[in-house]
Design a protein. Structure first.
Length: 299
């Protein structure tokens, strides 16, 4: 599965990322889960963040107070197969961690998908939540997701699937060469990493591909206390990093620094594995490490 390693960075947010904040925004998200509704919060720019955050990672602005019901179904953007689940994992059989773009959301939620086998899951697969009995107001009220049962693939969906696969493949081929590729929307001039085929802001097709620096600034971060096989140690830090010359942050691990010293505005650079070890996967970036440059004031 070509997209497999891309998720390695993202899945680190689960479940630690959900417990990092007890603020009103995540509180609302969790109480809605108890009622079997999934909500996101709208940013000042009109995007819908799921799970909701107090601050828009793209701008640092506080979010609006507007909650938007999303899903419950969604589309898998990337996934990583877990052949041998750990005790902490939500399922006791092989499953996938997946980034799921719930219908109506502009960001993707990390959750487990019970797909049976890795071939049953690919970018573009539609999934539905399986709710747990006796909800408690926790992310695990959604036990996991399952692929949509359908034999009919609409043209639109087939097209999406091809596009998602294509953009991801181009991106990962860049990563294999040690280059991060972004896409620039000619309409609204926003730059996205990884490349996307359509602009989430204005819906235009993205034609222009450009190389993005592997340096950036931490906008928000979460300290994770649950062990994860991909993380260097516990606690470890996952962060939204706004790469230089881009407009939407990406999630990655932070390393080479004690967790409690990580801060917003910190300048970081990708730590790549040696060239001889590189494959077409995000595992090429071990993590991001501080550059030592002065912190950046987040506006
Ligand atoms: Zn655009």
């Amino acid at each position: 599965m070509p997209s497999d390693p891309l998720v390695a960075q993202h899945v680190l947010e689960f479940p630690g990322g959900y417990t990092r904040t007890t603020g009103p925004v995540i509180g609302r998200f969790l109480s809605e889960l108890r009622a079997r509704r999934i909500v996101g919060v709208r940013t000042a720019e009109g995007r819908v963040l799921v799970p909701p955050l107090e601050y828009d990672p793209a701008t640092g602005e506080p979010v609006t107070g507007e909650y938007v019901e999303v899903g419950p179904a969604g589309t898998v953007t990337t996934s990583a197969w877990v052949q041998e689940p750990l005790d902490d994992h939500p399922l006791d059989r092989p499953f996938a961690w997946a980034l799921i773009a719930l219908d109506g959301a502009d960001t993707a939620l990390v959750h487990a998908v019970d797909a049976g086998n890795p071939k049953a899951l690919e970018p573009g697969t539609r999934v539905w939540p399986v709710w747990r009995d006796g909800p408690t107001g926790h992310i695990t009220d959604i036990s996991h997701f399952v692929p949509e049962v359908t034999k009919i693939v609409s043209n639109v969906r087939a097209e999406y699937r091809l596009q998602a696969g294509g953009a991801l493949r181009v991106f990962l081929e860049g990563v294999a060469r040690g280059v991060l590729l972004g896409g620039r929307c000619e309409q609204c001039e926003k730059v996205y990493v990884p490349i996307r085929r359509t602009c989430p802001e204005c819906g235009s097709a993205i034609q222009e591909t450009r190389e993005i620096p592997d340096t950036g600034t931490i906008t928000t971060f979460a300290i994770n206390n649950l062990p994860d096989p991909r993380a260097p140690e516990v606690p470890f830090v996952s962060a939204y990093i706004l790469l230089d010359e881009t407009d939407i942050p990406m999630i990655a691990l932070i390393g080479d620094i004690p967790a409690h010293e990580v801060r917003q505005g910190m300048r970081v650079r990708a730590v790549w594995v040696p060239e001889s070890e590189r494959t077409a996967s995000m595992a090429n970036i071990r993590w991001f490490a501080p550059t030592g440059e002065p912190d950046v004031e987040l506006s």
